[in-house]
Design a protein around this ligand. Structure first.
Ligand code: ATP
Length: 238
């Protein structure tokens, strides 16, 4: 993996997405400061220099993967494993968040670009190393930061890159199935009452069970067990 570190950019995902057609191999792009971080569906990812770890990894899969929708889940497992190795008890919220003590510690945004012989996935990750007041104010009370005694940012980045590279190789070979059990073991809201919001409308509600091998969230609703595809839906606790 080629590693690039820049002082400042708008969005590491946007940069790698634009470069993807010309990339010769995997690239990790780290930004010391990211000024226009993105979330899903046009939402934004807030960060501040020295308080945030923001980076994207461009990774090419040799064939179009039917299960690409499961990639944020596999990446989530890799991130949680790396955080655990650094002493942080991270949990996962479907489909793309990493929580600490019920609040959002990290976000994952995956975007794709077609390649001649496969597909580029740009895996963008933002982690709160700290929450200085100005940053916390922009996000609200829903964010968490790494505990102060956790690993140094460089060590964390190395652990994350190693875990991600391993996970992406495995995902390319075998899809989401090898990650399903582990994801469910890390599931922050297992057994809890949730609702699935689609553009603000409640689409499903019930007890969150976990994910299936295609990455759908299983919910025990009043009508029985239903499976929800991620798309642009958000999950809330009730
Ligand atoms: P939701 O969090 O509403 O369920 P989501 O998980 O899809 O949606 P993303 O689009 O992945 O969210 O991330 C963007 C959202 O994350 C923002 O709308 C904001 O609520 C939150 N957010 C933005 N920056 C941070 C940050 N540094 N730490 C924690 N949360 C953040």
């Amino acid at each position: 993996v080629a590693i690039e570190i820049v002082d400042e950019t708008g969005s590491t995902n946007a940069d790698l997405l634009a470069r993807a057609p010309g990339l010769a191999g995997p690239v990790l792009l780290v930004a010391r400061s990211q000024t226009a971080g993105r979330g899903r569906a046009g939402r934004s990812w807030q960060s501040a220099p020295d308080a945030s770890l923001t980076f994207s990894l461009a990774w090419k899969f040799d064939r179009a993967l039917p299960q690409l929708v499961g990639l944020p889940l596999a990446a989530g497992v890799a991130i949680a494993d790396a955080l655990h190795a650094c002493g942080v008890d991270a949990r996962l919220k479907w489909p793309n968040d990493v929580l600490l003590d019920e609040r959002k510690l990290a976000g994952i945004l995956i975007e794709t670009a077609a390649a001649r012989d496969g597909i580029w996935a740009i895996i963008g990750i933002g982690i709160n190393l700290a929450l200085p007041p100005a940053l916390a104010e922009r996000i609200g009370a829903t964010a968490a930061a790494l505990p102060q005694l956790a690993a140094a940012p460089d060590d964390l980045l190395a652990a994350l890159l190693n875990a991600l590279a391993r996970a992406l190789t495995e995902f390319g070979d075998a899809g989401l199935a090898p990650f399903t059990q582990r994801w469910n073991a890390l599931h922050a809201w297992a057994g809890q009452q949730v609702r699935v919001l689609d553009h603000g409308q409640v689409r499903q509600q019930g007890a969150a069970v976990g994910i299936d091998d295609s990455g759908r969230l299983l919910i025990d609703s009043a009508d029985g067990r239903v499976a929800v595809l991620s798309g642009d839906v958000s999950l809330r606790r009730t």
